[in-house]
Design a protein around this ligand. Structure first.
Ligand code: ADP
Ligand code: MG
Length: 679
């Protein structure tokens, strides 16, 4: 039971199943002295009335709790009959909950309530832990209270040596932390608020610090022991391209990132770098320059894209940029015909092909390289860690890996989440871009929005109209999209206007054809689901209309908006919603309308959704700590990171006696042993 519902597998897990909060049973607020300044209220009194009021949706159970100073209202909207059955009029109860006011009277909705015997509180000066439990466990009699009892018994049994210190002693004294044993005890049964806070700080620090040390170890071991191809020289290809083919001056940020990559690849260790840059910041050209660098040193490169559309677009775009250069670039996707593969595979294997643009099709076993030196993974959140590992195996010495992502992650968080990778960021957009103007419109203004698109098309521009994938059923989504498409068609009749449509149910060929028509300007409007979310680049498109935009998450909206604003023209993003978006979606839309800055948006996204959701880039567990919160505990995070860094700098393998406990702990955590199971 405990195991399934709460992921508690053994004693250690139980000890680390920390309380939600503590209740000080000795602290009662006299009802007469309640003020609105109180957030959570604990009071005791006699239950003098209990009756059902209102009807249907308004139906509720209202109780009155009276002490000798005043009356407090208790309100239940759910579980009414259960509460009625279990409370006894005239008895004295202890209640706890968030204080509210109704018509000037203090009340608590759905209070925690239990029979109160005054002597229970007297003389006992401890903070009682309240544990999280699930509804299912509660119905089986394993509520937070039972968990508390188990924990108490367990804590009474264990000794200091059962929870040995895992932080270096110097650290513990430097930060004035309680020992690990003390801290864990005090997390559950603290003597007072101050002890509890000290314990909390230590546990938070410990979580973040251990995570940093782990990732730091992975990174430093890779740096020291992994073998990497050496790109020692910048050769003819790179220089020629730079001089004669590069259509623009690189931004300062692009140059800096290139330097970082050159430095990484020049020293015989394998690069594993995350390149972050907002949509439109120009990551592709950086990738191409790296691929040229690889070619100059006799190595092949692969650029992996998450979709066929994107692979095709990269292929067409890069081929054009490379026109007249003595490099051979080919494409491989799921739709590449057998006949084409028969030509391509040997050419890859004997090294005639320098650059391969591909989807995950490159991971298949028959695809072999002569000497793969560099793998660029575009928009990596679509690629799993295991897939990346398969790529590594394509060469005797693992290729350098450059992972590019436009999913902006706040920098502090990126360093936490990707502490095992090297990290570069392009934090500057190419010059001359006009910021995209974003507005919110209600659906009933759709005709006006369509008129606006017409004006833009008259000026020679193109527009996207995006429909969400919202329903559980693919069929319904499809019907939605089709209805939308018919609607758009009614506004934009052929032959004056032509429309492309792309969605997940089409074959790759149909998708590609539709996409190409839009890229070439044969169609002025692209109606699509989110399949075009990532990477697609049509600089002439200046309008992005997002239907039912309240259904999208912030980072998705930002990605979609990034499809426009890629040319020199003023671009627009119009967020359509129904009349009554929820508070949360209103907030998202407000943020979208107020900023174009992907990093700001990412911060907000994180606040609204929590770190576990970061676009699935990492398994949520890797960013979800038991206690620490990456947003709220920034300072602890920073201290943990800096401390971990300096420890690893001084002692990269944790061999010094100072770090022995830490090392032992890390090793013990690999396959948690020595703890018997309780369920
Ligand atoms: P993303 O980082 O989103 O992948 P792209 O690589 O697709 O962005 O680049 C977006 C657009 O900006 C492309 O049309 C590209 O040619 C252009 N671009 C890239 N770097 C520069 C630059 N330094 N100056 C001007 N335009 C640039
Ligand atoms: Mg891109």
């Amino acid at each position: 039971m405990l195991k399934k519902e709460l992921e508690i597998f053994n004693f250690q897990d139980l000890l680390e199943h920390f309380p939600l909060r503590h209740i000080d049973r000795t602290r009662l607020t006299p009802i007469g002295s309640i003020t609105p300044a109180i957030d959570f209220l604990q009071a005791a009194g006699r239950l003098v009335s209990l009756e059902v009021m209102g009807e249907k949706a308004g139906k509720r159970l209202v109780g009155q709790l009276r002490d000798n100073t005043g009356t407090l209202e208790l309100v239940w909207f759910q579980g009414i009959s259960w509460v009625q059955k279990n409370l006894v009029l005239g008895s004295v109860y202890l209640v706890y909950g968030r204080l509210g006011f109704f018509l000037g009277l203090p009340q608590i909705n759905h209070p925690e309530i239990e029979a109160f015997t005054p002597d229970k509180a007297e003389g006992k000066n401890f903070l009682e832990p309240v544990y999280p439990a699930t509804e299912k466990l509660k119905t089986r009699g394993l509520g937070g209270r039972q968990i508390g009892k188990l924990t108490q018994q367990l804590i009474a049994m264990i000794k200091e040596r059962d929870l040995p210190e895992n932080l270096p002693g110097k650290l513990v004294s430097q930060f004035g932390f309680p020992s690990r044993y003390e801290a864990i005890r005090n997390m559950h049964f603290p003597a007072d608020a101050d002890t509890f806070e000290k314990a909390t700080n230590r546990i938070k620090f410990e979580e973040l610090f251990i995570a940093q040390i782990r990732m730091g170890l992975i990174k430093s071991q890779r740096h020291r022991y992994s073998q990497g191809n050496i790109f020692s020289q910048v050769g003819d290809l790179f220089n020629r391209f730079y001089k004669d083919h590069l259509p623009f001056e690189l931004t300062g940020a692009q140059k800096r990132v290139l330097r970082e990559i050159r430095n990484d690849t020049g020293h015989g260790r394998q690069m594993n770098r995350l390149l972050q840059g907002d949509v439109g910041s120009g990551k592709t050209i950086v990738a191409l320059l790296c691929m040229l660098l690889a070619a100059d040193n006799g190595f092949q490169s692969v650029l992996m894209a998450p979709t066929e559309i994107l692979a095709n677009q990269h292929y067409t775009g890069l081929k054009k940029l490379l026109e007249g250069m003595p490099v051979r670039i080919e494409i491989l996707t799921g739709s590449t015909k057998k006949s084409a593969r028969n030509i391509l595979f040997p050419a890859l294997e004997n090294g005639e092909v320098h650059f391969l643009i591909s989807t995950h099709a490159v991971l298949e076993d028959p695809v072999k390289f002569k000497n793969l030196g560099l793998a660029v993974v575009d928009e990596q959140h679509r690629f799993g860690v295991a897939q990346r590992a398969r790529l590594w195996k394509k060469a005797a010495i693992p290729p350098h890996v450059l992972v590019m992502t436009a999913t902006p992650i706040p920098r502090t968080l990126a360093m936490t989440a990707y502490g095992d990778l090297d990290y570069s960021v392009i934090d500057e957009l190419p010059p001359g871009r006009k910021p995209i103007k974003t507005v919110h419109r209600f659906e009933h203004a759709r005709a006006k929005v369509m008129d606006f698109i017409k004006e833009e098309i008259t000026k020679g521009r193109q527009a996207y109209i995006i429909f969400p994938l919202i329903e559980e059923s693919e069929k319904l989504d499809y019907e939605n999209l089709m209805r939308g498409y018919e609607n758009v068609k009614a506004f934009f009749p052929e032959p004056k206007y032509w429309i492309s449509m792309v969605h997940g149910r089409q074959t790759a060929l149909v998708k590609e054809t539709n996409m190409q028509r839009f890229v070439k300007g044969d169609t002025q409007i692209m109606v699509s689901t989110t399949v075009i979310e990532v990477g697609v680049n049509v600089p002439n498109a200046s309008v992005m209309v997002i239907e039912s935009s309240e259904k999208f998450g912030l980072s998705q909206l930002h990605q979609l908006r990034g499809r426009v604003g890629r040319g020199a023209d003023q671009s627009f993003c119009i967020l359509l919603t129904g009349v009554k978006p929820t508070i949360n979606s209103k907030e998202r839309i407000k943020i979208m309308c107020s900023t174009n800055d992907g990093f700001k948006i990412a911060e907000k996204d994180l606040e609204l959704r929590g770190p576990g959701d970061i676009s699935g880039t990492r398994q949520s567990g890797e960013l979800n700590f038991k206690l620490a919160n990456l947003l709220a505990d920034k300072q602890i995070m920073q201290a943990a990171r800096e401390t971990a860094q300096s420890i690893l700098d001084a002692d990269p393998d944790l061999n010094s006696p100072d770090n022995l406990q830490l090392k032992t702990f890390l090793q013990s955590q690999k396959g948690k042993t020595g703890w018997s199971r309780i369920s």
